[in-house]
Design a protein around this ligand. Structure first.
Ligand SMILES: Nc1nc2c(ncn2[C@@H]2O[C@H](COP(=O)(O)OP(=O)(O)OP(=O)(O)O)[C@@H](O)[C@H]2O)c(=O)[nH]1
Ligand SMILES: [Mg+2]
Length: 238
């Protein structure tokens, strides 16, 4: 039996990015002969992302593109939960739709997973030839700082805690989501901390994170405060 991969794409105002990311996923997975479906969870984007998604559904087919929209912006965490409910794959890939995560890494994640039957594969900016591109000094400092402090406090043995480009065995992801309490940026980090607690095996693959090309970035002071609070909470409770 061939394994199937469900790729979750949460979107909010990604009308320019969506056709590109879907094209790239299609391209890289077809050449690697990987069986997949793309689940697009759009939260009522005012820019008309859903209309673009419908066109993509027509082009690539209903077996490849599944539209699971919600009426309004309800946040990333619940978008994943919503997407998983509709996933028919054995594995789930979670990635951003803004081209920060390059689909060419997906076959690399899959290869790594099969090497040792890992429960989770996470893309890492901090190992091998991984890295970031297009970030100013402040953003680099925030990301490195967040990762460094998290490493120090939580010691999760994963080099990139705050990243969000990952592959999970479906039941593992379901279990982790059920266990995690935090929302927002810190959610990705908690997933790794809980994965360690539950003795899941985690493999890492280097990725280059590229800053979003279209649309606006929203990392601000309140996100940072929220992150630090949640980090301390995890430190105290795990
Ligand atoms: N369905 C859904 N998707 C969302 C929501 N918020 C963000 N997204 C999507 O989730 C992914 C990650 O969000 P981003 O806005 O890129 O977050 P970020 O990378 O931390 O910040 P940027 O610097 O703005 O790129 C993107 O594909 C967004 O379109 C939401 O409330 N609902
Ligand atoms: Mg982004």
């Amino acid at each position: 039996m061939t394994l199937k991969y469900s790729i979750l794409l949460p979107t909010y105002n990604e009308k320019d990015n969506l056709p590109v990311i879907v094209y790239l996923i299609h391209k890289y997975l077809e050449i690697s002969e990987i069986k997949y479906e793309i689940i697009i969870i759009d939260d009522g984007s005012p820019d008309g992302t859903l209309e673009v998604a419908k066109q993509l559904e027509t082009i690539y087919g209903k077996d490849k593109i599944l539209l699971r929209p919600r009426g309004k912006k309800l946040g990333l965490g619940t978008a994943y939960i919503h997407g998983i409910k509709h996933a028919t794959g054995d594995f789930i890939v979670i990635m951003d739709a803004d081209l920060s995560h390059h689909p060419k890494s997906i076959p690399e994640f899959i290869k790594k997973q099969t090497e040792q039957d890992y429960d989770v594969i996470t893309g890492s900016r901090y190992i091998g030839n991984g890295g970031v591109s297009g970030w100013d000094f402040k953003r680099k400092l925030v990301s490195c700082g967040a990762n460094f402090i998290s490493q120090l406090l939580l010691r999760p043995k994963v080099s990139d805690l705050t990243g969000s480009f990952r592959l999970y065995k479906k039941p593992v992801l379901e279990k982790l989501i059920e266990t995690c309490v935090s929302k927002g940026y810190v959610f990705q980090m908690e997933m790794m901390v809980r994965a360690r607690q539950l003795n899941y095996t985690i493999g890492e693959v280097p990725i280059t994170f590229v800053d979003r090309v279209y649309g606006e970035s929203k990392l601000g002071g309140s996100e940072i405060v929220q992150f630090v609070k949640a980090l301390l909470y995890l430190f105290a409770t795990t």
